[in-house]
Design a protein around this ligand. Structure first.
Ligand SMILES: [Fe+2]
Ligand SMILES: [Fe+2]
Length: 180
């Protein structure tokens, strides 16, 4: 969502974020059976990173991966779905802080908020890293030696399909599965 998006689109996006916020409140992670589903689809280094996500982030990733798999994404696409938000690890923000960061991003515009906040320490810096989670997730995955598609999709998952290196058809499937 860019700062140039029409007001109605920004409001719809805001309502979607509120809905996602309510769904993210329970702190628990996926069931053991669901975690076995994940483990079977990730390389060991990818799994080590995935399992450090918070319970709500693991539930979100699992839901995205299941929808992506049902929509025909192949093994690399499903792994990319599981790992797309891994950069949120870098922010250290809980649900309440993420809401504030999201509102700041909507108010200031994403690029300006990232530029302004990531140079700061404390809570503002964490908000900046949360808003910059796509780029940071790509870096985390590259350093961990994750498969190239997962690394690319983490970096590009908030960009328009076809704007980056992930093929547009797959990007559309993954984007729809993510609900953004
Ligand atoms: Fe994301
Ligand atoms: Fe996501």
């Amino acid at each position: 969502m860019t700062e140039r998006a029409p007001l109605a689109m920004r409001l719809r996006h805001g309502a979607h974020l509120v809905w996602r916020f309510l769904g993210s409140l329970p702190p628990w992670g996926p069931s053991p059976a669901a975690e076995r589903f994940v483990r079977a689809r990730l390389d060991p280094a990818e799994w080590d990173l995935w399992r450090t996500l918070s319970g709500p982030d693991r539930r979100h990733a699992l839901g995205v991966a299941r929808r992506a798999e049902a929509a025909g994404a192949g093994p690399d696409g499903v792994a990319a779905a599981l790992l797309h938000d891994v950069g949120k690890l870098e922010s250290g923000l809980g649900t309440g802080g993420r809401v504030i960061a999201t509102l700041v991003g909507l108010g200031l515009g994403h690029r300006r908020a990232v530029t302004t906040l990531t140079t700061k320490g404390g809570f503002p810096g964490r908000c900046g890293r949360y808003l910059d989670h796509a780029r940071l997730g790509g870096e985390l995955l590259r350093r961990a030696g994750a498969r190239p598609l997962a690394t690319a999709w983490a970096r590009e998952h908030h960009d328009p399909p076809g704007a980056g290196s992930v093929p547009a058809d797959l990007a559309r499937v993954l984007r729809a599965a993510d609900g953004d």
